[in-house]
Design a binder for this molecule. Structure first.
Ligand SMILES: Nc1ncnc2c1ncn2[C@@H]1O[C@H](COP(=O)(O)OP(=O)(O)OP(=O)(O)O)[C@@H](O)[C@H]1O
Length: 296
């Protein structure tokens, strides 16, 4: 199976605003990829480039092995951040339209979800609440049975229970179909619950990407007597450092064993890891409110 998407030197400028910079990234197929980063980081820009709604200023992006924008539309499901629906059409009309436009449409998935959500198929989309509209858009995306489902902050408008159920549905769809998912989120807990691959984007640049299990197995917190980061072995890459008069704390990435007995070594949570990379781009944010929400 080809990569879900592959970006090489991808960049996007809106006028003079650089929204995405030199993004080189290969996201394997068959994964649930969490794209996280603060407001304005460039997440929607990257996702819109992937579905061909935007054209790159520099570099290139391939989706399911084809240049973005040329992949068969039936293979890609995209739910944009504003969860677009047709206000004057009913839920049932949306499902009929979905069935007509998509060769792989699964009506039982669509109708089953709408029924489970307690939505009235006769209701017009324009009369739905924001969360219900998001549920309709997500239902259309899943029932299309695409090879790649791209979701821009899909759960932002959903209540906590609906969010959990939706992520559960998504994971079941990935297990049952040959489906890759890329979803952007501000919520580390949602990524932790549903994703197995992580991309952190800050200030238009990818800070880190990889399998979540591998990332967690190669990042550590070291606490010990104060020392300069230059004294650490070359295989230990410092992501963040903080010091008191006597003590140093480093968050590091390494593939090697940590042999120095002076350190107390602990592994990072996903939240620690994400916040460390986000802080690296914005040193001044260490003392601020976290830019990612953490909800359990
Ligand atoms: N159409 C546009 N014209 C000019 N600037 C834009 C446009 N769309 C986005 N930007 C800018 O590009 C940057 C990246 O925006 P983008 O929407 O990709 O971020 P994001 O990570 O999705 O943010 P959020 O989490 O708030 O949705 C931001 O600084 C934004 O102001």
């Amino acid at each position: 199976m080809s990569a879900a998407f592959q970006a090489r030197g991808l960049g996007k400028k809106y006028g003079r605003k650089q929204a995405l910079t030199d993004c080189t990234l290969e996201v394997p197929a068959g994964r649930v990829v969490g794209l996280v980063g603060p407001n304005g980081a460039g997440k929607s820009t990257l996702l819109n480039l992937a579905v061909g709604m935007l054209t790159p200023t520099t570099g290139s992006i391939e989706v399911l092995g084809n240049p973005a924008g040329t992949t068969q539309q039936a293979k890609i499901g995209f739910v944009a951040q504003d969860t677009p629906t047709y206000a004057r059409l009913s839920i049932a009309d949306h499902l009929k339209l979905g069935a007509r436009l998509n060769p792989g449409w699964d009506d039982s998935i669509a109708k089953g979800r709408i029924e489970r959500l307690g939505l009235d198929p006769k209701q017009r989309a324009g009369k739905l609440s924001g969360g219900q509209r998001a549920q309709l858009a997500l239902t259309l995306g899943i029932a299309k049975r695409p090879e790649l489902l791209i979701l821009d902050e899909p759960v932002a408008a959903l209540d906590p229970l609906a969010r959990r159920e939706f992520l559960q549905d998504l994971m079941e769809a990935v297990a049952e179909q040959e489906l890759s998912v890329v979803l952007s989120s501000h919520l580390v807990s949602d990524v932790e619950r549903s994703c197995d691959y992580l991309v952190v984007l800050v200030d238009s640049r990818v800070q880190v990407s990889g399998e979540i299990d591998t990332l967690l197995a190669t990042h550590y917190r070291l606490v010990g007597p104060r020392r300069d980061e230059k004294s650490l072995p070359s295989g230990q890459h410092v992501i963040s450092a903080s010091h008191t008069d006597r003590q140093s704390t480093f968050l590091i990435r390494t593939d090697e064993h940590i042999l120095d007995p002076a350190w107390t070594v602990t592994q990072l949570t996903l939240e620690d890891l994400v916040l460390a990379y986000m802080g690296r781009s914005h040193p001044s944010r260490h003392n601020d409110r976290p830019v990612l929400e953490v909800q359990r």
